[in-house]
Design a protein around this ligand. Sequence first.
Ligand SMILES: Cc1cc2nc3c(=O)[nH]c(=O)nc-3n(C[C@H](O)[C@H](O)[C@H](O)COP(=O)(O)OP(=O)(O)OC[C@H]3O[C@@H](n4cnc5c(N)ncnc54)[C@H](O)[C@@H]3O)c2cc1C
Length: 379
Amino acid sequence: MDFKISDELVAFRESVRAFADRDVAPLVDEAERNQRTPVELFGKAGKHGFLGLRYPEDVGGAGAGMVAEMTLRMELSRVCAGIASALSVSSHLGSYPIFAFGDAEQKERWLKPILAGEKITCFGLTEPAAGSDVRGIQATAQKNGSGWVLNGRKIFITNSPICDLAIIIAYVDKDAGIDGMAIFVVDQGTAGFDSSRRLEKMGHWSSEIGEIVMEDVEVPSENLLGPERGGFKRVMQTLNGGRIIVAGGAIGVAEAAFDSARKYVAERDAFGKKIKDFQAVQHKLADIALDIQAAKHLTNWAAWLYDQDRNPSWEASMAKLYSTEMVLRVTDLALRLFGGYGYIQEFPIERYYRDARMFNIVEGVSDIHRNIIARSLSL
Ligand SMILES: Cc1cc2nc3c(=O)[nH]c(=O)nc-3n(C[C@H](O)[C@H](O)[C@H](O)COP(=O)(O)OP(=O)(O)OC[C@H]3O[C@@H](n4cnc5c(N)ncnc54)[C@H](O)[C@@H]3O)c2cc1C
């Protein structure tokens, strides 16, 4: 494998850590308790260039690529997975379709303010009756003069309760099958568009998710991203990068759990010695270290392939599947090392354990990634 962590990336990681410690960490307890995203962080992240890392400079990005983007999610997730997830929608899922399929005017109007942290975006694909089965979505967009009328419901949409605009996937022609799907932008405040309903969830409390209801939402033709047809392929292209970034988030939470467990076992006494001196405890920590390292290698590799324009698909699925299953194993083992305190909110390990549960659901459940990997085996 001929990728390596460059000196620039090491320096970048330090700058993200400094941002996380200085600007994010002080907000975490309140944001988690109130289950609200600290929206002021979008502007701060934008000023540091963290929302446009992977995009070229001419659209307001930093041109740093997917390895940097994934590293950002990893480092922010060490401090708070929920906040990292909210910011990540602006830096990828909710901005990539505008970057990749939008024209110059659309980039100027929506992408630049998203990357600057002035506008918050979301990505509306999942519906009450269709998640993994993207073809099964029901949302429609009907031609109305030169514009479109959108109808449908989206659910579990990260940032929808706080969004200024939404990327919406809908059928323009259901009879044409997946070829009849298209991607739209809907601005907050458009008549018939309601994204106010929040959903309560198990973890990632500081990341708000919700429902979007669209009833005869009229948008002009300028709100269509790319051609009228072929949206399915463009959605898959968007998700492909997102999977590598989510893998980074899972690794960040696993590292946070590892760090906190290492600290705890060095301080806790039982049977007249520190619990770190029990070989069974050391073996758990060895298993954790190995699992995290394996996930990092897979994920850095997939991100690196992405940056080489090698269009990783099963490779991204391997990184996503392994990392998001790994974080479940790691947070479980780490929590065990805390004994009763693992179950009490005095230590962040219980948050890591809850937060870990999300990663293998979003951007394709584990079974979908096993399907993609199996397909690549030409069985
Ligand atoms: C916290 C959170 C944030 C989210 N954010 C967003 C967002 O910002 N935007 C967005 O659009 N969506 C978002 N989602 C939705 C998420 O992407 C979907 O929940 C996910 O894709 C799974 O879809 P589903 O819930 O419909 O499950 P289903 O598709 O109903 O799957 C349920 C189960 O059925 C099985 N299954 C389904 N299909 C197959 C198959 N082909 N092979 C084998 N087994 C299968 C699996 O066991 C799977 O776990 C979010 C979800 C959560 C929980």
